[in-house]
Design a protein. Structure first.
Lengths: 474, 435
């Protein structure tokens, strides 16, 4: 429950430790043409940062070596609602090549895994994670998930807080089959900053995990958190109407900025303008139905679009409105009652949204639940069935794969098993909607990144080396 | 659009005391809860609120209302420990929260049984999830002592408390260190000082001196707290100790040498697997974190989902801890995951019967309700649950719940919202008229 109950504990004084490692990294990155690193002013040189909009902190991720692989004889869910019994999934060069029945042609001399009795899905995608920003161990020195010192901080980027050594990434991979995830800033403030989408691969740097060409998101938050945090400090906002006033003023100033060609660069407004242009996707923490409806009208007023409401425990009350506005709801299966705005949480939330034809995404917001998103989805499915809403298994898998990818703007690259897409694939040892099943193998861009049958394929973060349980099953 | 509203009528049943009925449930996929495998075509007979028979159909006495389970899973009610059920409406809404009291000078003297609210929505929701009994307690605030927990039932009648002051709980890990002033050493000193005072109060050793152990305006132990620890130090009340680190577990086990009458229970014990044999040899049961597998703190570096399974294999009595779950109703999911681990190379889990027992009979035994709760056998309380599916499978929920032989109303705030929003039709009237 990172965004909520742990929040206050984690918002104490933040101590920035500049490690010796970080210092030495700085000295090696400045090449000859790095003007910003020059400390002595030179009269004949013009100083300039990389222009706004050009790639910075660019991804250095490259797919790991992989071999052409086919999975045969398995039940295949393609992530877009399709199901193939006795199916074949063939991938090569990091891309899906073919998906089909038992007669799908596969070349000789490739790795073939017999999936009889097993299941294949696209890699699981968590649209709402704080791994790396609120890593384990969750000590104060690691509490980097929310620059809550101001009600709006659109200028901060979550990637600048990601600690790649968070052991949580490997648990999400091995136990949850998670191949991509969005790291969001926290929800203490109205505008928490930019999110970052990661490939769930171990790396020494966050750039080594950044999902190439994924759009940025921006985190916003409704309701209790912002008004409590800032109201508690005797400043605006202290009410829900204060929340909206601050948001609207901020959007208006961003619009002015966008229209002023002479405006001095402003990192926060660059993010907001990115949203107005449709390049940065809004991920809005919002529990209550009435507040979501107000946010949709604010978005119309200011000319932006909401991609997804997160934690939307009351989305079921306005499934029609969410469908009409083409907004996804990223939700838990069973969290309820821990704070006032979660009081009306019900197990049928996802099913009622599905009934209305609205977009459902199951999310975690939690370093433990990210390991079991498949089980959370199964709970939501069962609740629907009990009230006569029969949602096929393949559609439920879509909640964790294609729908999440769509809401994050990466659905043209991953989230489904279709030729040409990234070979992000999970082989489950049984029905992924059963509590008794686990990922057996996980491929990311065609590279086998986890294999339950081989202990040496369990990633061990730097932090875990030499500690009790290093390399243990987790 | 009018469909499930008939359920609303049963909400009224809450206000009228229900009577235990004699029931015979037949054709069940019957789970006894004692660790054994399910029995097909099983029968349960409840008379006068008590189980008189549970086993194969042959040999069952006749009598009472006949319920044909039609092959459905039938189990004892789940027993949840450690919980805060009945002590808060909305935990983040302070005025509804009786779990912690930051401003009180009392700690060990706190008695959860004085404030259990049997109509709390959490109790109604968890009853509908098949939990029929629970250990519930306040949590530590200003001292290492959480207070005295109670064993409760979830039947919603005016008497939720089965046993008041059933256990005292303390924290001797990072949490306790923080509350004792900043170190584990301080926490251990406070514990020993407190136990010494309790011993003195019963004339064991020393002279009762208790005025107060305090620093500034923080009271760590007052006279009433010391008195509340008398049953702990004399072994009449269990002492639950929340610890995770291997070294901390050893320090707790070592307390037995100083205070031989302590009736210890370990809670959490994330690194318990590293000292499983020592815990087993000490005969101390564990209410273990089930699925914690991250070093969320420095006292959980060795965290693994195999902890419970490895402890059980070493011979430790292991129940699954509800306290670290999103809600206690996730106990069934944790138990199911322990079964899943039995299929993973290198992992330790539990077979189905043992996993179920870890959320039924074992926590009941640890809570002093052995043979009475979490189990179906003659003499046990008539807590019987019929399920939609395998009760350890995610998504499986009870269809009928009996507590002490009384069939329970399974409606609550959530089911009423479900019924209202089964559609979004407001063409006639707003939703507020739909109830």
């Amino acid at each position: 429950m990172l965004a909520d109950t742990k929040l206050r504990a984690r918002m104490g004084v933040m101590v920035t430790l500049v490690s010796a490692l970080a210092l030495s990294a700085c000295t090696t990155t400045g090449g000859s043409g790095d003007p910003a690193s020059a400390s002595a002013k030179s009269d004949d040189k013009e100083f300039a940062a990389t222009p706004a909009g050009d790639p910075v902190f660019a991804s250095t991720y490259k797919p790991f070596p992989n071999v052409a692989t086919a999975l045969t004889g398995a039940t295949v869910y393609d992530g877009k609602g399709g199901k193939i019994e006795n199916g074949t999934v063939f991938f090569s060069g990091g891309k899906i090549v073919a998906v089909g029945g038992p007669d799908t042609p596969i070349p000789a001399d490739i790795a073939v895994f017999d999936g009889t009795g097993k299941f294949v899905t696209p890699g699981i995608i968590d649209i709402h994670s704080h791994l790396g920003d609120y890593p384990s161990p969750g000590v104060e020195a690691h509490s980097d998930g929310n620059e809550a010192t101001s009600p709006t901080t659109p200028e901060v980027w979550a990637e600048h807080s990601v600690w790649p050594q968070d052991p949580g990434f490997s648990r999400a991979l091995a136990n949850g089959g998670v191949t991509a995830l969005q790291i969001l800033p926290g929800s203490a403030n109205l505008m928490g900053g930019r999110s970052v989408t990661l490939k769930n691969v171990p790396a020494r740097t966050v750039q080594g995990m950044k999902f190439p060409d994924a759009p940025y998101g921006m985190k916003m938050a409704c309701g209790e958190n912002p008004k409590r945090v800032y109201g508690g400090r005797g400043r605006m906002p202290s009410t829900r109407m204060g929340n909206f006033a601050v948001n609207r003023e901020t959007w208006l100033s961003a619009i002015d900025y966008a229209n002023d060609p002479k405006a001095k660069r402003d990192l926060g407004k660059e993010t907001l303008v990115g949203v107005l242009k449709g390049e940065i996707l809004i991920h809005n923490h919002c529990y209550r139905a009435d507040e979501m409806a107000l946010v949709l009208d604010m978005a119309k007023e200011m000319g932006y679009k909401v991609s997804t409401f997160h934690h939307a425990v009351e989305a079921y009350k306005i499934g029609d409105l969410l469908r009409e506005n083409d907004v996804c709801s990223a939700i838990w299966a069973d969290w309820y009652g821990f704070k006032m705005e979660s009081y009306d949480g019900i197990l049928e939330n996802a099913a009622f949204l599905q009934r209305e034809g609205a977009c459902v995404v199951i999310h975690s917001d939690d370093q433990n639940d990210i390991q079991r998103l498949n089980q959370e989805a199964a709970k939501a499915q069962a609740a629907g069935l009990r009230v006569g809403i029969n949602i096929p298994d393949a559609t439920v898998i879509q909640w964790l794969t294609h729908n999440a990818a769509k809401a994050m703007g990466i659905d043209d690259m991953t989230g489904s098993l279709e030729p040409g897409k990234m070979a992000d694939v999970v082989l489950w040892n049984g029905d992924p909607l059963s509590v008794y099943s686990r990922p057996e193998k996980v491929w990311i861009d065609g590279a086998l990144m986890f294999d339950a049958m081989n202990p040496k394929t369990r990633p061990v973060s730097d932090f875990e080396l030499g500690q009790p349980g290093e390399g243990d099953v987790k | 659009m009018k469909r499930l509203l008939t359920l609303a009528a049963s909400a009224l049943a809450l206000s009228t005391p229900a009577m235990a009925q004699d029931v015979t449930i037949t054709n069940a996929r019957l789970v006894l809860g004692d660790g054994s495998a399910p029995i097909d075509n099983g029968t349960v007979v409840v008379q006068g609120g008590t189980v008189v028979y549970a086993g194969p159909a042959s040999g069952a006495p006749a009598g009472g209302t006949a319920v044909d389970a039609k092959g459905a899973w039938v189990t004892p009610g789940l027993f949840a420990t450690v919980t805060t059920l009945g002590l808060a409406d909305v935990s983040a809404v302070g005025e509804t929260n009786d779990i912690t009291a930051r401003g009180t000078p009392f700690s060990a003297a706190l008695d959860a049984s004085t404030a259990i609210n049997p109509t709390s929505q959490h109790i109604l929701v968890h009853r509908a999830a098949g939990i029929t009994r629970a250990a519930t307690t306040t949590m530590p605030a200003g001292s290492i002592f959480a207070g005295q927990g109670a064993i409760i039932d979830l039947d919603g009648d005016p008497r939720p408390v089965m046993q008041a002051r059933a256990f005292q709980m303390i924290n001797l890990g990072e949490g306790g260190a923080d509350r004792a002033g900043g170190s584990r050493v301080a926490a251990h000193a406070l514990l020993r000082a407190a136990l010494r005072e309790a011993q003195a109060l019963v004339g064991k050793t020393g002279i009762p001196e208790t005025t107060e152990i305090a620093k500034d305006d923080e009271v760590f132990l007052g006279r009433f707290d010391a008195e509340a620890l008398v049953p702990v130090v004399t072994g009449r009340q269990k002492l639950y100790v929340a610890v995770d680190r291997m070294a901390d577990i050893r320090a707790v086990l070592a307390l037995k040498a100083e205070y031989p009458r302590l009736d210890l229970v370990l809670v959490g014990a994330t690194e318990g697997w590293l000292v499983a044999n020592e815990i087993a040899a000490a005969g101390v049961p564990v209410i273990a974190n089930g699925l914690i597998d991250l070093p969320e703190t420095f006292e959980q570096l060795g965290a693994t989902q195999s902890n419970a399974g490895r402890l059980a294999k070493a011979g430790v009595k292991v129940a699954i801890n509800a306290a670290t779950l999103q809600d206690p109703r996730r106990l069934q999911q944790v138990a199911g995951n322990l079964v899943a681990l039995t299929r993973m190379p290198g992992a330790s889990g539990m077979d189905w019967g043992k996993a179920f027992a870890a959320i039924s009979s074992v926590p009941a035994e640890i809570s002093g309700m052995g043979g009475k709760a979490g189990v179906l056998k003659p003499g046990a309380l008539g807590d019987v649950v019929l399920w939609t599916d395998d009760p350890l499978e995610v998504g499986s929920v009870p269809t009928r719940v009996f507590i002490g032989g009384v069939e329970q109303d399974l409606t609550n705030h959530q089911t009423r919202l479900r019924d209202r929003y089964i559609d979004l039709d407001e063409s006639d009237r707003p939703k507020a008229y739909d109830w």
